[in-house]
Design a protein. Structure first.
Length: 278
């Protein structure tokens, strides 16, 4: 098996010593959220997005975002790429632990009026993790469907790193499984390290805040950010034991390994929504 160590261990071995306390204190995963309330829409509507860089299971701490380098939509049925950066606005996001800069976007209905899939892609500015003295950049995808008409949800988007869905990310029953393939420069990444995290609280987009009540209690810290590996073909399979939002991140798979003279981890993130069968 390809040797893949967590970013902290890899980067620290290569660049600098740190204390055990630093490693322990940052056990939870960083996740770039691209959030809306619903991804399976009966009809076109205005969309309210929250872009937050955080620890989803615990609702914080949240990291301050720089201005995104790209936020775009690929419209239904092979449509052209639409630059959405003009709709972005910075906000102060209230997490459980702190209040920092995040971004909101109000996308008008006319941009998602076509039936089918609408693929939203975020390329954030790399974030400097000061405890590691290294940058993290998470290319993040979210797919919205309008009207139940199938579209291009399974198509890769030509990103430096991404997770290509093999199951519809917006149409999952609780208790099912989701499958995707990890890609770097369009090629599968065997044995990529995967982190999975559940949004364990409400998200109030209008008030720019996370809810204060947890949905579930983790029996131990390792349950907050789950770890797995892709198989020899780069395919990852995860269970969806609870309704809500699940984030999947493939870590440090990009070809670009430095940014502004420091180590860089380019991660691929995909968000999946599950629904209870009622």
């Amino acid at each position: 098996m390809k040797s893949i160590m967590p970013i902290k261990r890899r980067l620290l071995q290569a660049f600098a010593p740190v204390t055990l306390g630093c490693l322990t204190g940052a056990a939870q995963a960083h996740f770039q959220m691209v959030y809306i309330d619903e991804t399976a829409l009966p009809r076109a509507d205005n969309l309210e997005f929250a872009l937050v860089f955080t620890h989803p299971f615990s609702g914080g701490p949240t990291m301050a975002m720089g201005e995104p380098l790209d936020f775009s939509e690929i419209s239904a049925h092979g449509g052209k790429k639409i630059d959405l950066r003009k709709y972005l606005r910075p906000v102060q996001w209230q997490s459980r632990d702190n209040r920092v800069t995040a971004y909101r976007a109000s996308i008008p209905r006319n941009l998602v009026r076509s039936l089918g899939d609408h693929i939203f892609v975020l390329e954030p500015e790399p974030y400097l993790e000061t405890e590691e003295d290294a940058y993290i950049q998470q290319f993040t995808k979210l797919i919205v469907n309008v009207g139940g008409v199938p579209g291009d949800w399974a198509e890769p988007q030509g990103l430096p790193v991404e997770i290509q869905p093999l199951s519809k990310p917006y149409a999952n029953w609780t208790g099912g499984v989701f499958r995707g393939v990890v890609l770097a420069d369009g090629k599968p990444v065997p044995f990529a390290e995967i982190e999975i995290e559940y949004i364990n609280h409400s998200v109030d987009v209008g008030k720019n805040s996370f809810g204060k009540k947890d949905y579930v209690t983790a029996p131990q810290a390792s349950f907050k950010a789950l770890t797995a590996y892709a198989d020899s073909q780069g395919i990852v399979t995860i269970g969806l034991p609870r309704a809500g939002w699940w984030g999947i991140a493939a870590l440090d798979i990009g070809a670009t390994k430095t940014y502004q003279g420091k180590p860089l981890s380019q991660d691929a993130v995909l968000w999946v929504q599950a629904k209870d069968m009622k």
